[in-house]
Design a protein around this ligand. Structure first.
Ligand SMILES: Nc1ncnc2c1ncn2[C@@H]1O[C@H](COP(=O)(O)OP(=O)(O)OP(=O)(O)O)[C@@H](O)[C@H]1O
Ligand SMILES: [Mg+2]
Length: 328
């Protein structure tokens, strides 16, 4: 682990979106520490608040959304929730590298990738632009692409998977030490995906990064993350070392997620889809446990009291049923 790697402490973070029914939380009272030099994975079904949480790391939640409570302390930067304007612009890219979800669609269609790379470099005051181009070619080459050709291309000349890799290159090329990857491999086939994850791990280790990988695919985090955080309905329901969380999940939602993955269960016939559907902003319960509607362990208390995140050894779990068992 490198001395350079900054730690990130998310504390009591709540992010709301304004809707016709008022402001509703997409992320509610989430606390999560990204240890310096670690790769943390966040998993959860669609709508659980993963991207909203990721955007908060750059203070980039856009209206009708806003961070309504909490802080995101990044070593060397301070609380990004308090950053504004130029400070914030500089932090993005230089301190925090970011691949947006659907990065394959976020390139400028009118400019070559190389031109966009130079714009990025200039906007961050990079003096050695040749060095920047060299670095970009190198990264693209490692991801199995012809760097020079890609830099000369426009978006429409690249496949979805190629654009996704360009997005990863752009997140890494300024040498940021906190890197956030939101669904970095969704447009890729399995082999390319495995390859890209390997490169993410290598670059992470070489540069001493602190990395956050967001995905709905538990297989992806199993492969790359040291620590794993599970989100449901805007709440963090379980977190801990990846191997432990996957090997002996405690929260009923984590158990359900894992049972649904043939790759992890090891046998396609044993995999069971999680019954029911995840909540939306409008249907997520305002009080009590957010998961209770789909939970086999539901008790009376779950209807009224939101379970607190309780530290159990190396694991944090927010579930009345699990916590009661521990105390009994
Ligand atoms: N701009 C917006 N306005 C209103 N609601 C929003 C907005 N963006 C997201 N939401 C809602 O906030 C909740 C969390 O969304 P978010 O995109 O963070 O989830 P996610 O876990 O990243 O989902 P996915 O796996 O589909 O990417 C969802 O219910 C979503 O509909
Ligand atoms: Mg998302």
């Amino acid at each position: 682990m490198s001395k350079q790697a900054p730690g990130v402490r998310i504390d009591g973070l709540t992010v709301v979106y304004k809707t016709t029914a008022g402001e509703l939380p997409a992320v509610r009272d989430v606390s999560l520490t990204l240890e310096p030099g670690s790769i943390t994975g966040i998993v959860g079904e669609s709508g659980s608040g993963k991207s909203t949480l990721a955007l908060s790391l750059l203070n980039a939640v856009q209206p009708p959304g806003r961070i309504s409570a909490g802080s995101v302390e990044i070593d060397g930067l301070g609380d990004v929730v308090g950053l504004r304007g130029e400070q914030l612009r500089k932090a993005r890219g230089k301190h925090i590298g970011y691949v947006f979800q659907a990065a394959q669609n976020s390139l400028n269609p009118l400019k070559t990738v190389g031109k966009q790379l130079l714009d990025l470099g200039r906007s961050h005051g990079v003096e050695d632009l040749r060095g920047l181009v060299r670095e970009a070619r190198e990264l693209l080459g490692r991801m199995g692409l012809d760097g020079a050709r890609v830099l000369d291309s426009h978006q429409h000349e690249l496949s979805g998977g190629m654009r996704q890799r360009v997005g990863i290159m752009l997140a890494l090329v300024l040498n940021a030490h906190v890197v956030v990857l939101d669904e970095p491999t969704t447009a890729l086939d399995m082999i390319t995906q495995a390859n890209i994850l390997k490169i993410v791990r290598e670059v992470h280790a070489e540069r001493g990064l602190t990395t956050l990988v967001i995905t709905h695919d538990i297989g992806v985090v199993a492969e790359v993350a040291d620590r794993l955080a599970v989100m449901y309905g805007g709440r963090l329901v379980e977190q801990g070392p990846t191997r432990e969380v996957l090997g002996s999940p405690r929260h009923p939602y984590t158990k359900g997620l894992i049972r649904a993955i043939p790759r992890l269960v090891g046998d396609i016939d044993e995999a069971q889809a999680l019954p029911g559907r995840p909540p939306t902003l409008a249907t997520v319960p305002k009080q009590g446990c957010v998961f209770r509607e789909r939970c086999a362990l539901r008790m009376d208390v779950c209807d009224d009291v939101d379970p607190e995140a309780v530290l159990q050894g190396t694991r944090t779990v927010a579930c009345h049923a699990v916590t009661v068992k521990e105390h009994a």
